[in-house]
Ligand binder design. Sequence first.
Ligand SMILES: Nc1ncnc2c1ncn2[C@@H]1O[C@H](COP(=O)(O)OP(=O)(O)OP(=O)(O)O)[C@@H](O)[C@H]1O
Ligand SMILES: [Mg+2]
Length: 498
Amino acid sequence: MLITASPMEYLSPSKALADRQPSWHLLVVDDDSAVRHACCEIAMRAGYTVYSADSVEAAQALLRQESIDILLLDLKLPRNNGLVLLEEVKAEQPEMVVIVMTAFASVSSAVEVMRIGANDYLTKPFALDELSMVLERAAQRRHFDAESRMLRERLRTQQGMGNIIGRSSGMEKLYRILSKVAFSTHPVLILGESGTGKELIARAIHFHGPNSAMPFIPVDCGSLVPSLIESELFGYVKGAFTGANRSKEGLLAAAGSGTVFLDEIGELQLDLQAKLLRTLQEKEVRPVGATQAVPMQARVLAATNRDLAAMVEQGQFRKDLYFRLNVVNLKIPPLRERPQDIPLLVAHFLERMQREHGIRYTLSDDVLRIFAAYEWPGNVRELENAVERACALSSGPVLHVGDLPTQVQAFHAQMRRPAMVPGAEGDAGGIAGDGVANGGGIVPIAELEKQAILQTIRQVNGDKLLAAKLLGIGKTTLYRKLKEYGVEEAGDPPPQIH
Ligand SMILES: Nc1ncnc2c1ncn2[C@@H]1O[C@H](COP(=O)(O)OP(=O)(O)OP(=O)(O)O)[C@@H](O)[C@H]1O
Ligand SMILES: [Mg+2]
């Protein structure tokens, strides 16, 4: 549709074109009727809903009535200069994309208009395909801005965003980056302690990107044995090794233009790091035993709770792969650095429990205080687990201290009697007997953590995966801790593909 403020005209874009893309509303402002009509004609053919005005005043009147997405503005207008309109628009509707037309190719005026906020400019006289290109760029930008605003809004209001909860400044910052990276295809490195929500964020990136209909494939590099990781990721050809009775496509190729999420990337062995780097650089996958590579379109997201930069320093992680993956990184802050998110998360988990059990749970005052003060070394997963466990164990709708996991109860005992060794008075459900007091009778958090881990493993008869689940920590973290304590048993954790 072409509406001109003066004189009024009406034209309708061809239906096929209008159906092809969202019809952005474009306003052409130029006092030269020949240029104005030519611009309108081209834009209309490209599928825009077009309005036009021959003066700043007419444009201002139109802008008050219509919602305009893109403004094509001649700077040299009678009476009121186009710059006035540009400044006005940028102050009042900063999301509008403005393309400025100038009659002279003066670099300084181009710099000036970009500084004031024009997104692009055309120097008169210009060729029609130049105009088409600039309009196309403007439409892309408008589309991108609209999508990221919508995504930000959804993140803020927690609607359909994979349920990422949190309004702390750390999380807000994360949402801003997330809304941008979701639309690109670069690798993203997601960093954060165990249980901070790395996988949740990876899924959000995928499911809010342009290829959300394609598969999202998580691969846990921490629990698969290296030979299995290689054949899973890259695939193999028949006869590549004993038992390879038929060829198998690797996940990097099978994902198509979807996403492969390499969880615990810090655990990947050096030779596989080299192979992954080659794959990312050349965008092709070479299956084990194959002479030919196959093209790869998948996006790769990686996550780790390890300090990759330090691992690079120590020669445990390839520097070139680190740089390749680290084009964009998302650091998820630990829960203890964003205590204001705890009540929101608890409310979210309680709501979920209410849906599942049909009971409207609340926390006792003691539990509220503990939740706010506890350090949550296992982060959101530990909090989620504590809430779920308390709901499962509680005898009524109010959750009490006795319903909390051992390590949180131990912390509570510590809070109440800082001079006592926890369990010394037979604290029900607390850590009894194993407490090791230092000088002032205070048990360091690390020691409490160790006791909680070892005791839980004992309680579940050595089932480490179950113990990790109950403790609200990742299995890789559990294995690492056991290694630190020097009590790790021989053998890899069982292979597992999600
Ligand atoms: N911001 C959040 N809002 C809601 N739930 C969250 C949030 N962060 C994490 N969770 C929940 O906490 C649990 C752990 O999250 P996730 O598995 O993504 O963590 P992780 O960082 O990958 O942990 P690990 O390093 O142990 O693998 C999941 O159940 C997830 O849904
Ligand atoms: Mg994870």
